[in-house]
Design a protein around this ligand. Structure first.
Ligand SMILES: O=C(CO)[C@H](O)[C@H](O)COP(=O)(O)O
Length: 234
């Protein structure tokens, strides 16, 4: 697919997600190149319709972008709860679990999602998979002792690599931690694996987002599909 088409997909997804936002809402603003278009659309909507909303950002990048569009912002601790969060994802399984953190914002994204009444992911169709794991799973770790943790993950066969910047330094998250990416191919028991990772001393958070999403908006071949993941769950 040409880059221009790809951006067109993302733009359509961003515009569609903006339709979910109503005046009076507290909105979680995710991170990434798809959410970029959502924030653009939201900025226009706030200006045009004089929407009374508050945004809660998941990264410094999104914060700068939303501020530049005059979207009113607060921090997570300044609000009681979030009505709706719009975010992207790197992989979404058939049973609607996800891998996130390709942009390195997984910790704040998970904090925002876990305080949201409703979470919507906007993704391009190619991100849908049968089982999670083809996309490298990001694990955010504290710097101290991270080499030891890396070795432990290596011994367990999880094929870790350090997330690096273009200049070859360790990538730093907004919370000043490192990221280790695990190259697993297939995660057969995501809940079990989530517990295992979070049980390792030094792990701050990982990119498995399980039982998180309520609606997935999928862009494919110029069409947009809206999937309610809660259908039949109650
Ligand atoms: O989790 C994320 C950032 O930490 C993003 O939501 C995810 O990487 C998808 O990004 P994009 O829309 O650019 O493909």
């Amino acid at each position: 697919m040409q880059r221009r088409d790809f951006n067109e997909y993302k733009k359509n997804l961003g515009n569609k997600a903006a339709e979910f936002v109503k005046s009076g809402m507290v909105i979680g603003l995710g991170t990434g190149s798809t959410v970029y278009y959502f924030v653009e659309a939201l900025g226009k909507k706030v200006a045009k319709e004089k929407l009374d909303i508050v945004g809660i950002t998941t990264s410094n990048k999104t914060k700068e972008h939303a501020s530049s569009l005059n979207i009113p912002l607060k921090s997570l601790d300044e609000v009681d709860s979030i009505d709706l969060t719009i975010d992207g994802a790197d992989e979404v399984s058939n049973d609607f679990h996800g891998i996130k953190g390709g942009g390195g914002a997984l910790l704040f994204e998970k904090l925002v999602a876990s305080n949201s009444k409703k979470t919507v992911w906007i993704i391009e169709d190619s991100k849908r998979v049968k089982a999670l794991g083809k996309y490298p799973l990001p694990v955010e770790v504290v710097k101290y002792g991270s080499e030891k943790l890396f070795q432990k993950l290596e011994k367990r066969g999880y094929k870790p690599t350090w997330r690096l910047t273009d200049s070859g330094n360790n990538f730093l998250t907004d919370d000043d931690n490192y990221i280790i990416d695990l190259h697993l191919r297939r995660i057969s028991s995501p809940h079990e694996f989530s517990r295992e990772l979070i049980g390792l001393v030094g792990v701050v958070e990982h990119g498995l987002f399980l039982d998180t999403v309520d609606t997935v908006i999928v862009g494919s071949k110029g069409e947009i599909e809206i999937i309610d993941t809660q259908v039949g769950k109650n």
